[in-house]
Design a protein around this ligand. Structure first.
Ligand code: RI2
Length: 342
């Protein structure tokens, strides 16, 4: 099997995803799909087999960037599964069509999800956020567009402070924002009507894999009786978890936490920087999707409807089935996939 190097836009997108220049599960998915479109446009393949091989190589390159957000393999799967034709030109146009339909569906899903989530928010409510999620922001934005006045307590979300992005976007849409350090969350939970977070992956058992710190926040919120709402379009459903696979929790660079010099001045320590954690379903009140809201325990029904029972890995030369190589690093499980819907 010939192996060609991915085109420049694919390599750039992959590098930007790894470095988190491109971040957020939905944004990563859209960028990966667009990069596949660029690969299709630029592939100068002599025959259909060479074209397909080039597409698979590009998809693998993108797949290997970050392991936790299932939106990435789901996006790659959506595009590659619709690649069809027995001429290079037909294959190319099928990829370009599916990239376009994928991004259109993504936008529509987020708008529909926003409307569902907005119904849970009442005029005058205060929401606590963690990290930055476009799905979560969509709920708040729709509620504001409906004429509701909302306030937000925004956790800064160490180590990369994505809370600053949330704060800026919420200010732009007219929400009163209070920024807090992560460790102040419990203190402010009494002032909050909802905890609202996004997700990188949702497992078949309803576990939510999201930015590190989500699970601690959920436990504290449950203790205070504050409802926890997860905004996650179905692109975040992880179909491989239906067959018992688990989700790898990304470990990022130590330097995100501490500068090398400071670390050396402390002495011989280990530094761990997991990017995500797993919130068990018992701490989650509702998973809000574009298909409606679900108690976490029933998300598997939607997952079966969307993915069936099997999940392929169409970027592998022998397509052995998704995520066989992915291991779990957390005590709870989560998983990966997508059939007709992104
Ligand atoms: P949307 C982010 O991960 C956060 O964990 C966020 O909750 C999740 O992606 C979903 O984002 P990271 O890429 O798809 O910042 O809702 O590590 O935008």
């Amino acid at each position: 099997m010939t192996s060609v190097s991915p085109c420049e836009p694919v390599r750039e997108t992959a590098s930007d995803i790894s470095s988190m220049e491109i971040r957020g599960a939905a944004t990563i998915a859209a960028a990966a799909a667009r990069a596949l479109g660029e690969q299709a446009r630029r592939t100068d393949a002599a025959d259909p087999a060479a074209f397909e091989a080039a597409m698979r190589t590009a998809a693998r390159h993108l797949y290997e960037t970050r392991p936790t957000a299932v939106s990435l393999p789901n996006a790659l799967r959506y595009v590659l599964r619709r690649m069809e034709g027995n001429r290079v030109e037909t294959l190319r146009s099928s990829v370009l069509d599916s990239v376009e339909s994928f991004t259109t569906r993504l936008d529509r899903a987020q708008a529909d999800l926003g409307a569902v989530g907005a119904n849970r928010l009442r005029d005058g409510d205060t929401v606590m956020t963690h990290c930055h999620s476009t799905d979560a922001i969509a709920c708040i934005q729709t509620a504001v567009e409906q004429g509701k006045t909302l306030s937000a307590i925004v956790k800064e979300t160490r180590p990369r402070n994505q809370g600053h992005i949330t704060a800026r976007e919420l200010v732009e849409i007219g929400v009163d924002v209070t920024l807090i350090v992560d460790s102040a969350a419990r203190r402010y939970l009494n002032d909050v009507d909802h905890v609202l977070v996004g997700a990188d992956s949702i497992a078949a058992d309803g576990s939510v894999i999201n930015k590190i710190g989500t699970s601690g926040l959920a436990v504290s919120a449950r203790d205070r009786g504050t409802p926890i709402m997860v905004a996650a379009q179905t692109l975040k459903l992880h179909p491989a978890t239906m067959t018992g696979h688990t989700v790898e929790i990304e470990q990022r660079e130590e330097t995100e936490l501490i500068e090398t010099e400071t670390r050396q001045s402390i002495g011989d320590i280990e530094v761990r920087n997991p990017a995500f954690d797993v919130t068990p379903p018992r701490y989650v009140d509702a998973i809000v999707t574009e298909r409606g809201q679900f108690p976490p325990e029933s998300i598997v029904v939607l997952m079966r409807e969307l993915f069936g029972d099997g999940v392929a890995e169409p970027w592998a030369d022998d397509d052995p089935g998704l995520n066989g190589d992915r291991t779990v690093h957390d005590s709870d499980t989560a998983s990966d996939g997508h059939r007709e819907e992104p």
